[in-house]
Design a protein around this ligand. Structure first.
Ligand code: MGD
Ligand code: MGD
Ligand code: SF4
Ligand code: MO
Length: 719
């Protein structure tokens, strides 16, 4: 008899879908579908994960450990022929080699010369950060500051509200106005869409603020294409009008916020005409948007992380986050703002990750911190303490990290010992000394929260690991034992770790929202349980309807003294990005590049699968630009072009279309080795960090475009 297992999609997506996997008698997964009982998944999956059997059972899966053959230089390898440069070894040999090399590197250069590099290949709690963190803490390795995605936005939200909470996805049908602000709902967050549609059937309007005409923007009632990197100015300008016209909620503001007087002074600097010239939005539209927003209740903002991938991104996120505090939108069910819901999941991450083990390491203190968004610098700066060993898992930095030329120069170092734990031969695996095979979420057990809903889920193991692939937990537990780490925590099982994450053995200190939730109750509930909010009997969770708030003042902070203490502007302001139309740099490189994600991939996950590649075929290797920029440069639709700045030159095909306005161009993430010329769009992005928490600036990039050099004209089409 076939059986069904509840798993959870562990890709880095707000939706964290519940998935039912059907398994036949032989133990093979034959089908998957969205869990019809999960209130947010609602029985459907996105296009990329609906085809997940193609990924799990791909003939290209890494199935056993390998090492680089002697004498083979570190460089990009031809797709499909990577294994020719590597030879198969046993797990025993792989683990021994790694343990010995890490030990000798730690002895010679100090343990901080070892750098773990991981991000969100899986967002399961155990796979994302548990045994791996214990291992690197005990080793005394450098700590990684995981800034590449959402740290700026998260810190910005916390600076205003103290916590990463937001409007419940299930409340959206009650909204009467929805602003999708830098939120590509169709592409990146599809399970919000049915709730948006329900709201619209109830009379709500959808307004999209995005420099790119996403499918969401095209389906909206109103698309406002804002100039990239200027959202702080728009939000400050909206607050200017709200205060000018006395449209703010006096009671909510005086009861729950602080810093209103300072804010009032700041917004005086943002009258509509100035904001219009910065943002490219007409004064009439700014006035109309603001009046709609401030006079409609419930009004909700779906803010996503697009705005904080700019130099001014921290301030922009702060300014936008202040809007519902000014209008009191939080009081209304269906109003407020959602950037992330992740702060509601109060896992015991100290127990999972054991930062105290750093003190038991040879270092005997907290290790130095390396910002993952400047990996290129970290690998190419050879002054001690330099990085001598790099351990990559849950990530593909050769493709996703900014300033790719610098990253690849670092990865190509013959003296750098690199281990890559992966499901596929990625752009990063090409540069490894040792490649280790990793499981997919079908093949291991985990527990997971979400950043787009409020359900805890258990992801059961659906099938046996393919080949010799092993989970992150298994790998780091084994390595710890080879290194001779005596602490019993390195022998904890997956079930032990799940219980620790939930604090099952310590109910007194369990957060009330997790009270009573265990692996068993999750199992009995069919895999998913809603967090146990107080007063949630009607499931009407209002995160910020009233205080006190978890900020230093206990109030919503328009003015942040703690930011001031860090030397950061305590109030949001518009500061133009060094690479933008507002600065002299645009005289040399006049076009603003959006180095985007692909709708049918997940960052750099999926482009190597033929079916997924086919779904994305209209955009693979494409530069989208406006006719006003193409025509004067002698570029026609379909022409090959070189897109360049001081960091590199990329060979793409021009698509002259209506997705971007004059002055803005767009291209999407792909694998380097599947791209013409061997580089993706991160060849053009920079290692400049933004204004808060050291985030990257993927969306503040200047380039120019010219017809491709003639030698490039006859190339074959993309693979
Ligand atoms: N299909 C798919 N889904 C994904 C991902 C994927 O790669 N593919 N990635 C996942 C990950 S890692 C994350 S973090 C989430 C992120 O989800 P989002 O934060 O939604 O991701 P982005 O696509 O970076 O940005 C959203 C939108 O912001 C717009 N934008 C860029 N610059 C600006 C600006 O200055 N102002 C404004 N107003 N808008 C701007 C972009 O054009 C884009 O349409 O999505 C996840 N889901
Ligand atoms: N130009 C540009 N660059 C970007 C972005 C952008 O919008 N534009 N977005 C940025 C953002 S928001 C993010 S989050 C980062 C994402 O960067 P990454 O977190 O590196 O994400 P992926 O590219 O999806 O790579 C994840 C890798 O983990 C592997 N993996 C999956 N599950 C497991 C597992 O259980 N164990 C192990 N060992 N490996 C596993 C997958 O096979 C995949 O190759 O990229 C950033 N880079
Ligand atoms: S990628 Fe997102 S939408 Fe797709 S199945 Fe996974 S969680 Fe759901
Ligand atoms: Mo991300």
């Amino acid at each position: 008899m076939p059986r069904t297992v509840h798993a959870v999609c562990s890709h880095d997506c707000p939706d964290s879908c519940g998935i039912l996997v059907t398994i036949d008698e032989s133990g093979r997964a034959t089908q998957l579908r969205g869990d019809p009982n999960h209130p947010v998944t609602r029985g459907f999956l996105c296009g990329k994960v609906a085809k997940y059997l193609d990924r799990v059972y791909s003939p290209d899966r890494l199935l056993y450990p390998m090492r680089r053959r002697p004498g083979v230089p570190k460089t990009m390898l031809p797709h499909g022929r990577e294994s020719e440069s590597f030879e198969r070894i046993s797990w025993d040999e792989a683990l021994d080699t790694i343990a010995n090399r890490l030990a000798s590197i730690a002895r010679e250069h100090g343990p901080e010369s070892i750098l773990p590099y991981s991000y969100a290949g899986t967002i399961g709690q155990l796979g994302y950060g548990s045994m791996d963190r214990r291992f690197f803490h005990r080793l005394g390795a450098s700590q990684l500051d995981r800034t590449i995605c959402s740290e700026t936005g998260g810190q910005a939200l916390i600076s205003v509200y103290g916590r990463k909470l937001g409007t419940d996805t299930e409340a959206f049908p009650h909204a009467k106005l929805i602003l999708a602000w830098a939120a590509n709902i169709h592409g990146n967050n599809i399970h919000l869409w049915p709730f948006v549609e329900e709201a619209r059937r109830n009379g709500a309007r959808l307004v999209v603020l995005d420099p790119y005409a996403t499918r969401t923007a095209r389906a909206a009632d109103w698309h406002i294409p804002i100039n990239p990197g200027t959202d702080s100015a728009l939000a400050l300008g909206m607050m200017h009008i709200i205060v000018r016209d006395r449209l703010f909620d006096q009671d909510y503001v005086s009861r729950w916020t602080c810093g209103f007087d300072q804010l009032r002074e700041r917004i005086a600097e943002y009258p509509p005409d100035r904001v219009s010239s910065i943002t490219g939005i007409s004064v009439a539209d700014i006035e109309r948007l603001t009046r709609d927003y401030a006079t409609t209740q419930p009004a909700v903002i779906r803010l996503n992380y697009g705005v904080q991938r700019c130099d001014n991104g921290g301030a922009a996120t702060r300014a936008i986050a202040m809007l519902p505090a000014l209008t009191g939108a939080w009081k209304h069910y269906g109003g407020g703002l959602q950037l992330s819901t992740s702060g509601a999941f109060k896992w015991d991450s100290t127990a999972l990750q054991r930062p105290d083990l750093m003190l038991a390491s040879p270092l005997g203190r907290e290790a130095r911190v390396v910002n993952m968004s400047i990996l290129g610098q970290a690998l190419t700066d050879l002054r001690e303490p330099a990085v001598h060993a790099l351990f990559v898992y849950n990530s593909n930095p050769a493709a996703v990290a900014p300033d790719q030329a610098s990253v690849l120069r670092g990865l190509a170092r013959a003296d750098l010992f690199t281990v890559v734990h992966e499901q596929f031969f990625t752009d990063t695996a090409d540069y490894a000394d040792i490649v280790l095979p990793a499981t997919t979420f079908f093949e291991h057990k985990d527990i997971q929260g979400a950043y787009g809903h409020y359900y805890v889920q258990l992801s059961d193991q659906a099938i046996a690991p393919l080949g010799e692939s092993r989970s992150n937990v298994w790998l780091f537990s084994q390595l710890a034992q080879r290194m001779g780490f005596p602490e019993p925590c390195f022998r904890d099982s997956v079930d032990d770790l799940i219980a620790q994450a939930l604090r099952v053995d310590d109910p007194e200190h369990q957060h009330p929202w997790l009270a009573g939730i265990t692996a068993e109750t999750l199992h009995d509930a069919g895999g998913a349980q809603r967090l146990r909010f107080e007063d949630d009997s009607k499931q009407r969770f209002l995160p910020f309807a009233e205080g006190p708030f978890d900020t230093p003042t206990g109030r919503i902070e328009f003015y942040s003294a703690s930011l001031a203490a860090q030397g950061i502007d305590p109030l949001p302001a518009f500061v133009p990005a060094p690479e933008s139309r507002h600065t002299a740099a645009s005289e040399r490189f006049p076009l603003e590049l959006l180095a985007r994600k692909a709708d049918n991939y997940m960052n750099s996950t999926f482009p190597n699968l033929p079916g997924h590649r086919q779904m994305e075929s209209a955009y693979n290797g494409v530069l989208e630009l406006h006719a006003d920029d193409a025509t004067p440069r002698g570029i026609a639709d379909g022409d090959f072009v070189d897109v360049f700045n001081d960091r590199g030159s990329l060979a793409l095909r021009a698509h002259v279309n209506g997705s971007v306005r004059p002055g803005v161009v767009a291209a999407r993430l792909d694998w380097n080795k599947l791209s013409e010329g061997g580089h993706n769009v991160n060849l053009l992005t920079s290692q400049r960090l933004n204004d808060l928490a050291g985030g990257p600036t993927f969306y503040s990039v200047l380039v120019d475009v010219r017809p491709a050099a003639s030698s490039h004209q006859n190339r074959s089409d993309l693979r």
